[in-house]
Write a protein that binds this ligand. Structure first.
Ligand code: ATP
Length: 554
């Protein structure tokens, strides 16, 4: 289970083995931006390719949809910068502003809707404060706040960790205030969040409930809107007329090209249009490694269908997307499908589900990997209204039957089902799930990546860098490279002890290593080592290619 996994250890492996680096690291980094190193870039490509293969080239593994026919999808690749009216129509310009709160003490901004999430999972002072009074709260019959412990905390750790928390600035007053409010209350045991709000209360006003800054403990200001879209200028002058935006999602590029795709191809509704690429959101609190960044990659499909069939298609995509994530290695209990409650749905949506993963930093909770939304005809209608171009569809397979046996046809605005996945969150979930610690092994940390996702598919090792072994290894490498080089990396390494070479491949998540040794010359056999079990077996060198093809499923 990933709940016991250390995010620090995972991030350290990602850096050490060249999966993920901080962007602009030599300049001190830039908050909310991450680069992928050689192994990370290949892993992400494998994930993108798997999505493309299973969503565009051979959608849903060749399955038939609710209409009894094979699912049809085509790709587009649309611009990051679109006409600003696209974002007016989509609602992003007006609505893509999250309420956020500013700390008067340290100037830090916090997203209002995530405040307590951030405080409880990422605040150093919260974690240390909770240690002081949690044992008392466990006694649900006579809960009591131990004032002496809190006083001690306020005068020691608190000064460093939350200098602006009212408890730290003015402990005696806050504690006596707290005692009158909480200790000895005959009602339900005090709620941790309520207590912390009391501890932050600078003015000790009538309600006493205020929200503290996760960084310094000061009382946060009231929520205000904050634009999440990055702005820039297209043209030489930096005027309002030239202002453009970096897309916050890839989906809108599809909606604005819907008519072109219908007019220039033979594809007919129901069908999907896929779009992958970078999106940008000026997130107020980028955090949790690549999970919430300001530049990230999406893989979105907009699937258009007749309104009467839309609910069936929604259920179809929701279930397939869950199955798909399982098929590439998220098969355990850390993956769930969460259907949104009615009151969570956008006004136009008949249903939305999230595929969620229990990351080490969200545990015991879950974080969204992909949202599957029934968007009705909202987007096409919005773009039709704003662009004044007709975007409805004439379906020649529907309507009354004519005397000649053909159909009269029906004009309608298709409904859209949108499975919208994040490739960075996907890659992170795959790494977290694969990360395994086994102290009994010479290399205690390894990545049990699914062979389809693993950046290195196989490694060839001559046991020694002499006696003709490197030549045999080179020949095997050439053969494997020719066959599998297009789907991933093949390593050929003669340096260091064999144990260290295995350990390196384990950390990189390489599923199979083939070792050439003295016996190879005599009997044409090599050792195959399995990453997950560490077990080794002998195999004829001529069988290696077929063995690997079977294991990689290609
Ligand atoms: P959240 O509520 O976590 O901000 P969202 O519901 O706004 O996410 P969508 O607009 O549905 O996300 O985007 C689809 C997918 O894009 C998400 O499921 C996620 O995988 C990815 N994504 C969205 N925002 C980010 C981000 N800031 N960093 C990395 N990936 C993101």
């Amino acid at each position: 289970m990933s709940t016991a996994k250390s995010m620090d250890a995972i991030m350290s492996l990602c850096k050490r083995r060249g999966f993920v680096y901080q962007a602009s690291e030599i300049y001190g980094g830039i908050n909310g931006f991450w680069d992928y190193g050689p192994l990370g870039a290949q892993l992400k490509k494998n994930l993108r390719d798997a999505w493309w293969q299973d969503m565009i080239m051979n959608p849903c593994w060749g399955r038939k949809g609710p209409n009894g026919e094979r699912v049809k999808c085509v790709p587009v690749e649309t611009c990051i910068i679109q006409h600003p009216k696209v974002w007016e129509a989509s609602g992003h310009l007006a609505g893509f502003a999250d309420p956020m709160r500013k700390c008067p003490g340290c100037g830090h901004f916090v997203r209002a809707d995530q405040l307590w999430d951030i405080i409880t999972t990422g605040s150093e002072w919260f974690a240390s404060l909770i240690q002081e009074f949690e044992p008392a709260l466990e006694d649900t019959k006579t809960p009591a706040i131990d004032a002496s412990k809190l006083l001690k905390w306020a005068r020691s750790k608190g000064r460093k960790q939350a200098p602006n928390l009212a408890l730290v600035k003015n402990p005696e007053v806050v504690l006596s205030f707290l005692a009158t409010r909480i200790n000895g209350q005959p009602t339900a045991p005090p709620d941790v969040v309520e207590i912390i709000r009391h501890l932050a209360t600078a003015q000790l006003n009538a309600t006493g409930l205020q929200d503290p800054c996760p960084r310094c403990g000061d009382v946060l200001g009231t929520p205000a809107a904050f634009k999440l879209m990055f702005e820039t200028y297209a043209g030489l002058t930096q005027s309002e007329d030239n202002k453009v935006y970096l897309r916050p999602e890839t989906a809108q590029g599809v909606f604005v090209q819907f008519k072109n795709v219908v007019d220039t191809t033979r594809i007919k509704v129901p069908f999907g249009i896929g779009n992958t690429g970078k999106s940008f959101r000026n997130e107020i609190t980028p955090r949790n490694f690549t999970f919430r960044s300001r530049e990230f990659e999406q893989a979105e499909l907009e699937f258009f269908c007749h309104p009467d069939e839309s609910l069936e298609w929604y259920k179809f995509w929701r279930d397939f997307r869950m199955e798909w994530w399982k098929s590439i290695g998220l098969a355990g209990e850390n993956l769930i499908l969460r259907e949104h409650e009615k009151d969570e749905l956008s006004f136009y949506s008949k249903g939305t589900s999230d595929v969620e993963y229990r990351f080490p930093f969200t545990a015991p909770g879950f974080g969204e990997l992909e949202g599957i939304a029934h968007r009705g005809d909202y987007d096409l209608t919005q773009h039709q209204t704003h662009s004044r171009n007709k975007l409805d569809y004439f379906d020649t397979t529907r309507g009354e039957t004519l005397p000649n046996g053909g159909k009269k046809g029906e004009r309608y605005m298709p409904h859209c089902i949108e499975p919208a996945a994040g490739l960075d969150r996907g890659a992170l979930a795959l790494i977290c799930e694969a990360y395994t610690v086994d102290s009994a092994r010479p290399s205690p940390e390894f990545l049990k990546l699914h062979p389809r996702i693993a950046p290195i598919k196989a490694a060839v090792f001559p046991l020694m860098d002499k006696d003709g072994l490197p030549e045999i290894a080179d020949a095997l490498y050439d053969k494997l490279f020719a066959r599998f080089g297009r789907i991933g990396l093949i390593e050929n390494d003669a340096k260091q002890s064999i144990g260290k070479r295995y350990a390196r491949m384990d950390e990189a998540g390489c599923p199979y290593c083939f070792t050439i040794d003295g016996d190879t010359k005599a009997d044409q056999t090599v050792t195959v080592r399995d990453r997950d079990t560490g077990q080794q077996q002998r195999m004829n060198i001529d069988k290696v290619e077929a063995f690997l093809a079977e294991k990689l499923g290609v």
